[in-house]
Design a protein around this ligand. Sequence first.
Ligand code: ZN
Length: 394
Amino acid sequence: MYALKRELKLNKKERSLMRGMAGFKRFVYNYALDLITASWDFDGVKLGDSKRLDAIKKVFTQVTMNKSEYAWTKKYPSTVYQSAFQDLKNAFSRWRRGLGEFPVKKSKKKGDSFTVYKTSGIYPKKGNPAIPFTNRVVINQGKNIVLPGIKTFRLKEGIDFICSAQTFTVSRTADRWFVSFVLDVEKVPPVIHPIEKMGVDLGVKTLATCSDGTTYAMPITTKIAKTKLQLLQWRNRNKVLGNKKLKIRASKNAHKFYAKVAKKHARIANIRQDTTQNMTTDLSRKAYIIRIEDLNVQGMIANSKLADAVSNNCFYEIRRQLTYKQSFYGTKVELVDRWYPSSKQCCKCHHVQPMNLSQRVFHCQSCGHLQCRDENASINLKDAPSNQVRLAQP
Ligand SMILES: [Zn+2]
């Protein structure tokens, strides 16, 4: 299984449509939760949660939806309320098995989301077996996506292969909307890699340096966004979101401030995600074997000085992305032992010499070879002997 997530490019009208559908889903979920808990109080009928919810669904579609004040519910595809009922069934089942808390009402604060899916397929007619049964939506190459039951939407970043999926979940983070869906791996065309083996040196200053000479930089915008966020938080250091015990209501300005902070946090996370996702996709398309250093990420985060740099450059995240993209792009991700002297060894004559972190250029004391420190390391990673290498496990 392989999941894709893409940001939607929406206009004002589409945004309000999305908000409307998320609101519809929330409404149905809360409605069914209210009715099922109320039904336990007075009826003597012995019914399981699932059967009870099916009965409630019948009341919803045959009575409630037909009332004039609920006419708006008919604007939206039926899969939205179907999936709301399904979500609630799952929540109850998890709770009964002791795997989750008792389901609570959904609120706007927790973010918006809803699910749509393709309901029925084309069944093969008698005498025409050429048309196969399908309940999947074909997603074409490019920047458009059809959400079943709604319409075609634009994507910010295109999809570069033909694929198909059945269920689409739309969600909102701060003020950006995303769609995610699961693909069948078998249906993905084989990828031909132009490079057989590539070493990738992950760094603090440059995000990644590759043995073929390409580099990936961390966008300066994260640093700017972070500084702006810190400034905003310092200026509002005394602002609190009301106090329930003292019955002080949160001010409008406090609400505005917290919305702004959430938006800025989301922006920083988004820039990082975009950068690392683009990079790992690019690498997975380019090379068949991708070799990175097996870093002790836990150990590095404990070291407070490097902590910000490490989390900022998201070494671990890059490794995770490269690893899960293996099955999709047909790549092999190999981890080079962390004691292998990738930055201390000359890539030409294999002479090993001490190198401290401040030395940005490798100057071989044996053969005189001169090269950028990270480039030299990436070539060493590529050429590491096989007993120093292990396959990354997803
Ligand atoms: Zn040398």
